[in-house]
Write a new protein. Structure first.
Length: 153
């Protein structure tokens, strides 16, 4: 009877099963790392898209300010303390506006914005909107610019 069992070579040995489990585990860990990198990249893209939307919103607000011969409301942001305590990128400073947005499962994510107005000549100004944010201790910025001319009337 014992001789019959030794001659029967069907099935897997314990060593073969263990090797298969280790290989499966390595493949699983590689897939998990890929998923984590994909999730982080997707979040960075969502934050960048939101920054683009915020920059467009702030630029539209700047375009709606009066800039005529007699009235000039198109000015650089002032330090009003709204960026105090915000998670702004390094070197962003304290001048500007903090905008909080709910993104995915993060409530009140900080975007720091800053409007800079540069006089080109008496009739023309350059308006630059800068949006900055931090994600996982990494600084990100998005800038847009436009030219504003004196409005008639």
């Amino acid at each position: 009877m014992s001789r019959l069992v030794l001659l029967n070579k069907k099935g897997f040995t314990l060593v073969e099963v263990m090797i298969a489990m280790v290989v499966s585990l390595l493949v699983f860990f590689a897939l998990m790392q890929t998923a984590l990198v994909s999730i982080d990249s997707n979040m960075k893209n969502n934050l960048r898209d939101e920054a683009v939307n915020i920059a467009a919103m702030r630029m539209e607000q700047a375009r709606n300010l009066r800039f005529t011969q007699s009235v000039d409301n198109l000015t650089t942001d002032i330090d009003d303390g709204t960026l105090t305590g915000a998670a702004c990128p390094a070197g962003f400073g304290t001048v500007g506006t903090r905008i909080d947005r709910d993104i995915r499962n993060i409530a009140g994510f900080d975007f720091c914005t800053n409007r800079t107005v540069t006089v080109i000549d008496s009739n023309t100004k350059r308006v630059t909107i800068r949006v900055g944010w931090q994600w996982r201790n990494e600084d990100f910025n998005h800038n847009i610019s436009t030219i504003a001319r004196i409005q008639s009337g």
